[in-house]
Design a protein around this ligand. Sequence first.
Ligand code: BEZ
Length: 400
Amino acid sequence: MTMFNNPLSRRSLLVGTAAGVAAVSTFTPTRFAIGQTAKIKIGLMLPYSGTYASLGNNITDAFKLRLAEVGGKLGGREVEFVQLDDESAPPKGKDNAAKLVTKDKVDILVGTVHSGVAMGMAAIAREENVLLVVPNAGAGDITGKMCAPNIFRTSFSNWQPGYACGPVMMKDGKKNVVTMTWNYPAGHEQIGGFKESYTAAGGKIVKEILLDFPKVEFQAYLTEIAALKPDAVFVFFSGDGAVKFIKDYAGAGLKGKIPLYATGFLTDGVLQAVGNDAEGIKNTLHYADSLDNPVNKKFVKAFEAATKRPVDVFAVQGYDTCSLLATGLEAVKGDIKAGATLYSTMRNTIVDSPRGKFTFSASHNPVQDFYVRQVKGGKDVVLGVAVKALADPAKGCSMV
Ligand code: BEZ
């Protein structure tokens, strides 16, 4: 089966997105848009190399899968992609985004995974007034200080999954922890969200360990953790770095001795690679592949058939990015210049996602449920909902 052989009817899309239905029936396209047949150019700026390559590939493939499901068009226009490997390199973020907008003349920017790179993209989106949809990077500023009518995020803010885990650990009686992560905004903010709820509930942070991104020399720190003997360890790592961390944690003899907790990026997409070493890890995330809803069941089947790879949260976010664009552009009949109507349709869309339905906050960040999961038998099993409809505080956002 190819990735493009499962077109979903126009009716199915509209049924799934009630806000889109209202907008479709009332919008009058501008003169520019009437009869417009040119392809919509989308700049996919994502990591296709390095520790986050698998994340970038799953976002891309799931976006294209969803596009095929909605008939290969957005707002009646065919789509052309310009794909750029951002290498998860923050110093190149702004220049790469600017090149996509000014040289390649993309209509929409989609990206990226790494928070540092995404902040460069957000700066360009603001300067050039181009629509940006962020399908992963959780940097708080993107829907905080840098928020703008033309910037949307379909994933999470880094604060959200960290914040969801604090009460879970306190409920488990883990009264003191060592935290460990990469020294960049995603690491700081995920640990920051965790610390906020955990310490408010009486938990104590014994030590905070930071490594430069994307370093994976964990051994010395694991030896230190063994000596400190905390009740538990809480971490953020993802991609290839997560694989190495899980293996090293078990290799250092800590698995089964000092319980490991994390945001779900540690285990999502890596369980096949780490095997038994991940057993028992508890984590919080806005998705689990076992979620029992029809959208998820269809998505899991279609993605796995198309790619021969298991789904993960990154694929879901790519899929939902396309769904959001499909609804928005349908409402304005493909007129990408119809800013206010396009953005208000997107803002009011209820995305019928594999993760469950979610809405957008005034700052354009998802308001969504966070699940508690635990790796059992090689799968992230859902134990319950950690926090329902969790909204990011959107600190510094002028739209809130
Ligand atoms: C980030 O840089 O925001 C990020 C990267 C991978 C997983 C989650 C967040």
